[in-house]
Design a protein around this ligand. Structure first.
Ligand code: URC
Length: 305
């Protein structure tokens, strides 16, 4: 007789990141998204799995992961609770060794970026995460320098993004994309002209709002062939509309969303169910400034997505 007792145990795949795009309206141009982090834990008759290595009662964690993505397609995500109920009941009712299933879900909330000029709506910004930044330097010789900014402003376009026509060498495996999600967590800094810095009446709060709005609108309105192109559009829009901003530097991690292959389950993924990867990520960075102005924003900052 063993002296040891196998007590509480459970297993499953944790942190399945799923983004579900639902197309609405007669032409499907009104997009809704749900962005979840789903963890599955199964409890039941798993003594032998632990004690003898007999896996007859073990539903692989990989299967629990696939089930999350397949259910996203088959049932949609009406709410975290409704999705969790479907999954929990499925595991318990479909496999007799599984007696309990616990589904834990975090939902990340997104708001629309309103684009009044178009009826298609597929641009979103994550709620309440962004941080406003400011760096002020005053020098006896060169005077005031004000660099405003923001970080952690996460945005997504659920369509109107392509990436193809790139170099292909013997290490290239990336498939060309003609309709992909484009998402990034914006770090932006913008340097003001001395005209703004030395003007006691300059409204910094108003200026911040205006720069942010221009960046968001440019992100939403750009039909993108690369994040590099979107970066340039965002910065140019700010320089075009904010006359006292001389320079914009953007650090844009490409928050990759990979289409999940649902073919093995007999399901077609019509750009609806994505795996949101948090690492590794492309990191696209650049400075755009007015002609004739010397750039002043540091380029060496370490940005972590
Ligand atoms: O917008 C992109 N720019 C790239 O340079 C790149 N590289 C890559 O693998 N995917 C992407 N996407």
């Amino acid at each position: 007789m063993s002296k040891h007792v196998l007590a509480q145990n459970q297993y499953g795949k944790a942190e399945n990141r799923i983004v579900k795009v639902t197309r609405k309206g007669s032409d499907g141009s009104w997009h809704e998204i749900r962005d979840l982090n789903v963890s599955v834990a199964l409890r039941g008759e798993f003594r032998d799995v632990h004690l003898t290595g007999d896996n007859a009662n073990c539903l692989p964690t990989d299967t629990t992961k696939n089930t999350v993505y397949a259910f996203g397609k088959e049932h949609g995500i009406a709410s975290p609770e409704a999705f969790g109920i479907l999954l929990a009941k499925h595991f318990v009712s479909s496999q007799s060794p599984i007696r309990e299933a616990q589904i834990r879900i975090e939902e990340y909330a997104w708001e629309r970026i309103p684009v009044p000029t178009r009826k298609e709506q597929h641009s979103f910004v994550r709620k309440g995460q962004e941080v406003r930044t400011a760096q002020i330097t005053y020098s006896e010789t060169t005077g005031l320098q004000v660099i405003s900014g923001l970080k952690d402003l996460t945005v997504m376009n659920s369509t109107n993004s392509e990436f193809h026509g790139y170099i292909k060498d013997k290490y290239t495996t990336l498939k060309e994309a003609y309709d992909r999600i484009l998402a990034t967590k914006v770090t932006a800094r913008w340097a003001h002209s001395a005209l703004a810095a030395d003007d006691a009446a300059f409204d910094w709060d108003q200026s911040y709002k205006k720069v942010r709005k221009n960046m968001l609108e440019a992100f939403a309105e750009t039909y993108s062939y690369s994040l590099q192109q979107t970066l340039n559009q965002m910065a140019e829009r700010v320089l075009d509309n904010c006359p006292r901003v001389n320079e914009v530097r953007l650090n844009l991690p490409n928050k990759h969303h990979f289409l999940v292959d649902l073919e093995p389950f007999g399901l077609k993924n019509d750009n609806e169910v994505y795996f949101a990867a948090d690492r590794m990520y492309g990191l696209i960075e650049g400075t755009i400034h007015r002609d004739g102005v010397q750039p002043v924003i540091a380029t060496s900052d370490w940005i972590v997505a």
